[in-house]
Design a protein around this ligand. Structure first.
Ligand code: HEM
Length: 405
């Protein structure tokens, strides 16, 4: 493995892009014994592989648990009772006909009407959050705005009771901690506890909504379930869990990374303030320039070859989306933050069969948040030019982002 790839070190977290640039040049495809997988760094390879039917996010449909166990003994966290039970039937971890069926059902429920209906609620939520900080001169953008917004939006969408909303963020943080490889035994126990509590409450809520449906996603899912064998009880719980996890951590991190990029580039920020209609391309550029999700894996579903490398059935391929999005072969002046960039075919939302189902909602939340923030606090400034990022290979996000309003 190239010596310079240490994604769990603070130096990498501070700025992974010079490392990615070196890798794209010198070792665009490399095997890491430490991770037990082959990493890909170039846009073209990653885009090709995401569309390649010989790969999938799970092996469950092509390998027995025993075969898989041999191959992936190190992933023993998958053996946890509740966590693994729900991960197994979660959209993001299914392939083939199960994935097609689940994706169709979820896409039917998370439709344009639902998202359009949330616009007014999101505007109100952002106004309330901005009212809450209006008489502060300094805030932590992450804790005060970026974290509460997506949690509230998901809670609204699911129809989660207002008095129970404070539980969602800690549950999600405990569960997604396991996505990173450097988690501890204690993290495993916390994730399991969070999964059990969340699943318990979801089950109760779904039961209540089945007899007394409301205009929310849990009701929509609960009615689907009772409609026949379309969405099982476990699938209902797994789907809501994944919406909380998928739909929230990445929005927090894209808001933080995006604001940092904007404030570090005063000329781009002025451009946006002069012409607020540039918000759409500005959000896409924030997602590309410092992507909140930098890495996903795929498994080889059969023996295969790609780019001169041989893979055996069950091998893992690591796709560095964060590197692809800075590849000069795909983006002109890839390291330049340009809020007018168009076209901008970034991979921040993935590509292919698992392309992010929540991208319209994520875009809407970010557009409303940034538009209102800049309108209301046009002089917003960084208080710390070098805020610290959390370490991680999958998630890329700031611990804090102190700003002066
Ligand atoms: C800026 C915020 C977001 C980013 C960057 C993001 C990114 C992604 C990415 C990269 C994937 C594909 C993973 C892969 O290729 O293996 C994905 C899948 C998914 N995302 Fe998002 N996401 C965001 C927000 C959301 C929101 C708000 C929701 C829902 C409310 C959501 C729901 C999903 C779902 C359901 C999938 C699984 C799709 C499937 O497996 O077919 N995401 N997301």
């Amino acid at each position: 493995m190239p010596e310079l790839f240490h994604p769990y070190e603070q130096a990498f977290a501070a700025n992974p892009y010079p490392t990615y640039a070196r890798l794209r040049e010198q070792n665009p495809i490399f095997y890491s014994a430490e991770f037990g997988l082959t990493f890909f760094t170039r846009y073209r390879d990653i885009a090709n592989l995401l569309a390649d039917k010989r790969l999938g996010r799970t092996l469950s449909h092509v390998m027995s648990p025993e075969e898989k166990g041999e191959k992936h003994r190190q992933e023993n966290w998958q053996a946890m009772p509740a966590y693994s039970r729900f991960v197994r039937v979660n959209l993001l971890e299914t392939e083939g006909p199960d994935h097609v069926r689940l994706r169709r059902l979820l896409a039917k429920a998370i439709n344009a009407r639902l998202i359009g209906g949330l616009r007014g609620r999101i505007e109100l939520l952002v106004d309330e959050l901005l009212d809450g900080i209006a008489d502060h001169s300094e805030i932590d953008f992450i804790a005060d705005l970026a974290v509460p917004l997506p949690v509230h939006v998901i809670a609204e969408m699911l129809g989660w009771p207002v008095e129970e909303r404070h539980r969602l963020r800690p549950w999600s943080a405990d569960i997604v901690r396991l996505y990173e490889r450097d988690h501890s035994e204690e993290d495993v126990l916390r994730a399991e506890a969070a999964t059990q509590e969340f699943a318990g409450m979801l089950g109760e809520l779904a039961d209540r909504r089945r007899s007394d449906p409301k205009d929310d996603l849990i009701s929509a899912f609960a009615l689907l379930e009772s409609d026949g064998d379309t969405l099982s009880a476990d699938e209902l719980i797994a789907s809501c869990m994944m919406l909380l996890n998928a739909g929230h951590e990445a929005v927090v991190n894209s808001a933080g990374n995006g604001l940092l990029a904007l404030l570090r580039h005063p000329e781009q920020r002025q451009r946006l303030q002069r012409d607020p209609s540039m918000i759409t391309t500005a959000i896409e550029e924030m997602l590309r320039y410092d992507s909140p999700l930098q890495f996903f894996h795929r498994f080889a579903l059969a023996d295969m070859e790609y780019g001169g490398f041989e893979f055996r059935k069950g091998d893992t391929l690591g796709l560095l989306y964060g590197s692809a999005n800075r590849d000069p072969a795909a983006f002109e002046h890839a390291d330049t933050f340009d809020i007018a960039r168009d076209p901008n075919q970034h991979l921040a939302f993935g590509l292919g069969p698992h392309f992010c189902l929540g991208s319209p909602l994520a875009r809407l939340e970010l557009e409303i948040l940034f538009s209102k923030l800049l309108q209301r606090f046009p002089d917003i400034q960084l208080l710390d030019e070098q805020p610290r990022y959390r370490t991680g290979l999958v998630f890329r996000g700031l611990r804090q982002l102190p700003v002066r309003l």
